[in-house]
Structures are given as C-alpha cells and as structure tokens.
Design a protein around this ligand. Sequence first.
Ligand SMILES: [Zn+2]
Length: 422
Amino acid sequence: MLGIDTMSRARAYNSLPKTVKYLQSYDWLDFRAYSKVGFRTFENILPLLTGLPPITTRVLEEQFKALEKNAHRFMWNRFKEAGYMTAFGETHMETFFRFYELHPTDHYVRRFEEELWRGNYVCSGSMFPERHLFDYILQFIRAYKDPYFGFFFSNSFSHDYPGSPALLDKHLIEFLEQLRQTKSWNSTFVVLFSDHGVTYGKPRNDKQKEFYYEERLPMLFMQVPDDFKEVFPDEYFNMQWNQNRLTTVYDLHATMLKILSLSTNTRQSKPDACPKVTGLTEKISSKRTCKDACVSEIYCTCQCLINAPNTWLTRKSLNVAVSKVQQISQAIKTDVKCTKCAKLKYEKTNRIHFYTRGNKTWYIVNFDVSPGYKSFEAILEYDGQRFTHLVTEITKAMADQSCVYAYQDKVYCECIKDNKCT
Ligand SMILES: [Zn+2]
C-alpha cells in the first residue's frame, strides 16, 4: 500500500497524468467515489489501519495514547500474525513518527528518516526522499518472497497546495515499472491511495464549489494480481463494479482483511466503526447512502451544492457561522503570559451554497476573517427553525500560533498582547 498525501482523484488526474495513463494501461482499478471519513491525515489513516472511527483530537499526547491502546488492531499486526513479513515507512517523519515508538512492523525506516530530519529532508545523497522510499520498498520485495505486507506514505511533494506533485509523476512510473518487473504483481495487490484532497489554502476558499468535493474524494487505484482474478473471478467482477459506487476508507480496510482471510483461509474481521461494510469484493448497492457507508454528513459528497440566493435565511446562516467562529476564538486558552486571541472580524464572504434532504437544509458558508486573514468553512444544519453548527476550519495557510495552549485551537487564534495584563 503506497499512500500519497493530499491527493484527490481529480488532483491525481491533473498532476500525475502520466502515472494515471500508466495505471490505465495495466487495467488498475480506479475507484471514482472513494470517500474520506475524517478531516486530515491522522483522522483517515487510523480508521484505514484499524477500522476504528476517526480520532478527532489534535493533541499529540492524546493521539499517541490512542495509538498505543489500539496497537494490536493495526492491519500490519493482523498480517504479521498470519505469517506475513511486514514493513512500514514514510518520507517525511512527521505524520506517523509516533508509530515508530511502537515498533510497528518487522522492518521500518525510522533511522533513515531521523537522519533526513536532522539535515535537508528534501534532498539526501542527491536523491529526494521518495526515491529512497521507493528503493526501500523494492529492496523489501526482492528480499522476501510472498507473503508480505507493506504500508508506505509519501508527503514531501504533495502535502501543501500548490506543492509540486507533478514532479513526482515520472519517478512514480519508474518505480511502478521497477515493481512490475519484480513480477510481484502476479501474486500481490498493489494499492495506490490517498488520505484526502486539498484541505486548506487558496483553492479551498475559491468562489467555485469544486474543491469542496475534491477535499473529500481521495484517489484509490488498485492492481489486482492475475492469480486472484483466476481463483476469485466473482470477487474481481464485484471490485470492477464497485469502481462506480460510493466507497470509503472502511471498505478499503475490510478489503485488505478480506484478502488476508482468503489467503489464509481464516474468518474475516469487520471494521468496528462500520461493521456492515463488507469490502470491495462484494457488490455495493447503487442506493448506498453516506449513512450506510459510515460517512458523516460533514464529509458526504452525495449531494449537489446549489448557489444560495441572497435571502434572509442565507444572510442569517452567514451571521450564525461568523459568530460561532468568533465565539470559539474568544474562549481559547493561551499559555504565554500577557497574550490573548484577537477578536476576529468578518472580512468577506467567499461563497455560500446549500443542499436539502428530507425536511432539512444544509448551508455551506465560506468566509474570511481578520486579523491574520483566516478563512473558515462552516456547515450549518437548518431544521426549519434553528441552525446547528458543524464548523470546519479551513485557512488560507497553515496557522502557527505560538501563544495557544491546545494545538486544535491554533487555527482560530491570532495572538496579540493583552494590554490589561501587567
Ligand atoms: Zn494528509
């Protein structure tokens, strides 16, 4: 499994056109409505690896506690118990560095990443980190015959917007071709996936609504080995079918465990967060809803956003959204003496859209505030009488506010001097 951070299917088609063409020429499956279940990386990768619901905390200590508590649920441990050789690595020792403390797999690239981290992590030995990671994967595969399970993640080219994912295009093909030549494709699934699309930065606050969808629909490509196609033609047929169905991180989790159960003749376990999910090898209904697939309203893409007309209700939704953000900001605890968060002032509206389902309406309100020129996108549920807030934070640039106590609050705060303080 090779993940590339912040790579929606649309962004993959735009910035990795040669890779996409290459995958198509070898009949890789391309899941067109693969949906994320949480906001950013951690909230999507953990459910993928463990089948648990997203952990919403951004506090590193709390994240690590959750990792520690659920270490036995990690996919690589299931494969390891079944006799697979396992490996894990990422290019930018930041996202999952805490995994290493748990000695997650038989092989992992921590030492190497630590060295990169100390120096220039974009280049090392005249090579960029992805090339090192690709070589590591190839060495791992050449060293062990089947069965093996590897989970790898690349983030240096694509994490920020605009970033330069296009620079990875030809190297990715080169790697995939080297991988193909090892003949591992005959008996090994290869999964090229992402955790989410662009979550912040300029395009997320564009007047157009497209990036709302883009953020929620990461890429998922899959190479199905010939051996599998021959022995399990029905399962393969269903996988092809499901390319045009709503699928999620939990489906991918269940699919990996299904592959494990088929190859070891053991019972398949289901993702705890969504036990009704059976994976991509069973036919998924065209009537499947986000609720069926355990995708919360906030990340659901099964509706068409409509431009909101300038009515009293639309203006009201904006007022509610702005005051909610101001309220959050004013309640933030700072841990640097004599600092506080500035009162956020409404600057301008970027866009307001809505959709309806049943007797409810949802407003998606995207607006800028100052100081700091932050942008927010609030999702408000309206039941005909009251608005309920589901605020998501989307800034033009990653905020790094040093006076704030809790990491998750940073985005809502612009630190200023508290003049009342002596
Ligand atoms: Zn990410």
